[in-house]
Design a protein around this ligand. Structure first.
Ligand code: MLT
Ligand code: MN
Ligand code: ZN
Length: 306
């Protein structure tokens, strides 16, 4: 399979429009060794087909499609290589791009859990809005490990795992989590037998999550924050990483420690990086720590062949 990183930043992107933190101001002024990034999304294709699955629909989706002409093939007067969209949660950075797909010539095939469908018909009613345009052909993602396939995307099998993270602020479960607010996904290529585990919003490594990570050839996991108090410490709000469902990378029990426990051959990627995270600075000590641990920081437009 081929995994294309369309957007590697967390909500807000990098630089964030209104942010003057060291990273955002530095990259804007061209004095920081860092690459701008769009918001969180990947595209996964089997080796045997052009069409693939879009994971998350970012607010930057139009720019992401423009940067990847293979997502806009020319087999018909109106065409797309997006055979279906799979949502990992119902947050703004993962769902708002759905509005932009309204010109589709047929109903949009969409896979999400029940709680995410509820949030996207109530708190942020994008699915109701789309019913006035292309319409949505919604498929339920079950959490019992039952795999699903996406028609038009042969050879790839998807299976979801509930994660401990956070629903959107407009969700009735924001402070009262239910299974399926956030999911991780195992993607298996039936031909090669290779698997990837994708979890851009991951608050805790439960035994089931660790098992899924250990079983994967490559993991793409939450890279939002380096420290739990990253935003309050910079004077950018009161929210701590763990409070909003993101396991920080550094310190005891952090993501770096967990990734070090994976089998030696596992490829390790961080994705969904917040603009405040020092790992965005390629010359930082924090980035050097990741490199020493064999952990790659995803960039937009990276393509990984598995
Ligand atoms: C998150 O991952 O915590 C959210 O997407 C943050 C946001 O976009 O507001
Ligand atoms: Mn997010
Ligand atoms: Zn910033």
């Amino acid at each position: 399979m081929r995994i294309t990183i369309l957007g590697s930043a967390a909500g807000g992107g990098f630089p964030q429009w209104n942010c003057n933190c060291r990273n955002c101001a530095g990259v804007r002024a061209g004095r920081l060794n860092a690459k701008p990034r769009t918001q969180s999304s990947i595209f996964v294709q089997p080796d045997t087909a052009l069409d693939g699955v879009l994971f998350n629909a970012s607010p930057d989706i139009l720019e992401q499609i423009r940067s990847h002409p293979t997502l806009q093939p020319n087999r018909a007067p109106r065409d797309t290589a997006i055979a279906g969209v799979v949502l990992m949660d119902g947050q703004v950075d993962h769902a708002t791009g759905l509005f932009m797909l309204r010109e589709r010539s047929s109903a949009l095939p969409l896979w999400c859990t029940d709680p995410v469908e509820e949030d996207l018909t109530q708190g942020n009613p994008v699915l109701r809005v789309l019913s006035h345009y292309c319409g949505v052909e919604r498929h339920r993602i079950d959490l019992d490990g039952t795999g699903f396939e996406v028609p038009g995307v042969p050879d790839l099998l998807f299976s979801a795992l509930p994660l401990s993270s956070k629903a959107a602020p407009y969700s009735p479960h924001r402070d009262d989590p239910v299974a399926g607010d956030n999911i991780g996904m195992t993607i298996r290529d039936r031909r090669s037998g290779k698997t990837a585990f994708y979890a851009p919003g991951l608050g805790a490594i439960t035994p089931a999550v660790f098992d899924a990570m250990c079983g994967a050839n490559a993991v793409f996991v939450d890279g939002t924050f380096w420290t739990d108090d990253e935003m309050p410490r910079l004077g950018l709000g009161r929210k701590h990483a763990r409070e909003i469902g993101h396991l920080p990378q550094s310190g005891p029990g952090g993501m770096v420690e967990w990734l070090a426990k994976l089998p030696a051959a596992t490829a390790r990627y961080l994705i969904h990086i917040n603009n405040t995270n020092p790992i965005l600075d390629e010359d930082s000590a924090e980035r050097a720590t990741l490199t020493r641990h064999g952990i790659v920081v995803c960039e937009d437009n990276m393509a990984i062949q598995l």
